[in-house]
Design a protein around this ligand. Structure first.
Ligand code: GRF
Length: 221
């Protein structure tokens, strides 16, 4: 009998290219998951359009209609539960989650961040990496805790920062790797291979190529 695939809820505020990478990986059968719902806080987020094109339920909640962050999050969590979501994937979701949300989906929320955490958390991080003069940046998939981009790290990919780079060229180089590591991280969770030990995320079957790539922290283009 085939194991049931992992039920995802994707939260996105914008163009949704990471959402698309997840959809593509599912359709290519390299990811054993299904997207139950895409939820946005922005009515015209292109991510919603991408969801609809693939027959995925697309829902918007307007933050201004709710008195507090937690009230908004209660509605979102209610929607996720209604769709039987097991893993919440933040993909360009521009809101901080309340402690309530984090508690409700403890160790079941992940995020993709376009820098090598713990360097450059927050926003405009490609600009920050350039301004700092870093020679490498990259992207990080991590579990979400109550801090800002502080949860345990699942996978990272490293990209060089070139002399001619501006924010856009660096962001584009990083984004290609985001699209590789985000579905890969979800697949590790779907396979039940990850274990959180304090700050460290350990991966079972450490002899596998997957794990080696994580150890080296570099994914070949
Ligand atoms: C990505 O760079 C992601 O790392 C960050 O927000 C951006 C979202 O892009 N959290 P997209 O909407 O997935 O195209």
């Amino acid at each position: 009998m085939m194991a049931a695939s992992l039920k995802l809820g994707v939260l996105a505020s914008g163009r949704g290219s990471n959402l698309q990478a997840i959809i593509d990986a599912i359709e290519a059968k390299s990811l054993d998951a299904q997207i139950q719902a895409v939820i946005s806080d922005v009515t015209d987020a292109y991510a919603l359009e991408r969801a609809r094109k693939h027959g995925i339920s697309a829902v918007t909640f307007h933050p201004r209609k709710y008195a507090s962050r937690e009230e908004f999050d209660r509605v979102v969590v209610g929607c996720l539960r209604q769709h039987q979501v097991e893993l919440v994937c933040l993909a360009g979701f521009m809101r901080i989650l309340s402690p309530y949300f984090i508690r409700e989906y403890k160790d079941r929320i992940i995020n993709i961040h376009p820098a090598l955490l713990p360097a450059f958390p927050g926003l405009h991080v490609q600009r920050k990496a350039l301004d700092y003069g870093a020679k490498f940046s990259g992207c990080t998939v991590h579990f979400v805790d109550e801090g800002m981009d502080t949860g345990p790290i699942i996978i990272q990919a490293v990209v060089p920062i070139l002399d001619g780079d501006d924010e856009d060229t660096l962001a584009a180089r990083i984004l290609r790797f985001e699209h590789q590591i985000y579905p890969r991280a979800i697949q590790l969770i779907a396979q039940g291979r990850l274990q959180i030990e304090g700050r460290r995320v350990l991966c079972k079957d450490s002899e596998s190529d997957d794990q080696k790539r994580q150890i080296w922290g570099y994914i070949n283009p």
